[in-house]
Design a protein around this ligand. Structure first.
Ligand code: PZK
Length: 299
């Protein structure tokens, strides 16, 4: 279906856990979101139907919403805009402009979760940003914070201070990325809250094109962000993620040491997870996922 390395006429460049990247020409790449799913850092053997279309449809929605804030890498998504060998992937594929990627992960957090919670427990701060005492896991922060990280080749990204970020990419660009990331978070969190979803945090990637900062990669998707159902949020807990709740809950009940391979998922867990991804798209975008698929395949 979306096996990496086998797209006709396109050279495979790289694969992440979920997405595959291909060269199109000097100036363009093809970014394909598969139906693969990871949990506890392991890619499962089961796929979640239409998960890739949810990631791509959401990214396209947010990039349009954010178009007045920052230029982005999206160059085409309709079947007619994709390379001939990739038209069958319309809905899950994006033609993107080839950027010089900036080697930092730009993270904004509105709530205390994941590595932010861990750092806070150990130091009372996140990426060197001091926070009030007495915060609990999943607490809302007094204001959203910018917590950059470096891309680790293996394992987890490493949180860094803004000073370290400035050393890597320059103080001017670092300050610009900080403001863009916080504004993307504020707009995304605002929009999601009106649809009953909390945006706990999100990770963005940027690149340069002709000296201009450009928003890249996937944007405000369940794979790059923590979405929590607003109704299920409570401090002092690890709120279930909107999308992977069934998978994690089920895996936690199995006898598994969290090294590959993971146990195969029962059909009802796969179906429940697919329904959650679809619901995530439909709540945030306000339109059926099938409308996105039809639009992408039409032309
Ligand atoms: C780029 N990645 C991460 C994503 C992978 C790896 N517009 C761009 N121009 C140049 N490079 C990239 C992008 C984007 N987006 C993104 N690595 C390079 C990545 C998906 C699968 F294997």
């Amino acid at each position: 279906m979306t096996t990496p390395g086998t797209l006709e006429g396109l050279r495979h460049l790289a694969s992440g856990k979920v997405r595959d990247l291909y060269a199109v020409d000097d100036r363009h790449l093809l970014l394909v979101a598969s139906d693969r799913i990871s949990a506890f850092d392991v890619v499962l053997d089961d796929q979640v139907p239409a998960k890739g279309e949810v990631l791509t449809g959401l990214t396209r929605f947010w990039l349009e919403l954010l178009g007045d804030l920052v230029p982005n890498h999206l160059a085409g998504w309709r079947a007619s805009e994709l390379p001939a060998g990739a038209r069958h992937l319309a809905g899950r594929a994006m033609l993107v402009r080839r950027l010089q990627m900036l080697p930092v992960e730009c993270v904004a957090r509105g709530y205390l979760a994941g590595s932010g919670w861990k750092d806070y427990q150990a130091t009372g701060a996140v990426c060197g940003i001091p926070l009030p005492r007495g915060l609990r896991q999943a607490d809302r922060l007094p204001a959203p914070i910018f917590t950059p990280a470096t891309k680790a080749q293996t394992g987890h990204d490493q949180n860094i201070s803004e000073a370290e970020m400035a050393e890597r990419i320059g103080a001017g660009i670092a300050a610009h990325l900080r403001e863009l990331t916080l504004e993307v978070y504020r707009r995304g969190a605002d929009h999601a809250a009106r649809r009953g979803i909390l945006l706990a945090d999100t990770k963005l990637e940027f690149g340069l094109l002709d000296g201009e900062v450009v928003l890249a990669d996937e944007v405000l998707t369940p794979d790059s962000s923590r979405f929590w159902p607003a109704g299920g949020w409570a401090p002092d807990s690890s709120p279930p993620s909107f999308d992977k709740q069934y998978v994690r809950d089920w895996l936690e009940r199995q006898t598994w040491d969290m090294t590959p391979p993971a146990p195969r998922l029962p059909p009802d867990v796969v179906a429940g997870t697919a329904a959650r991804y679809r619901e995530c798209y439909e709540r945030l975008v306000g339109r059926p996922l099938d409308a996105w698929l039809a639009e992408a395949r039409r032309s």
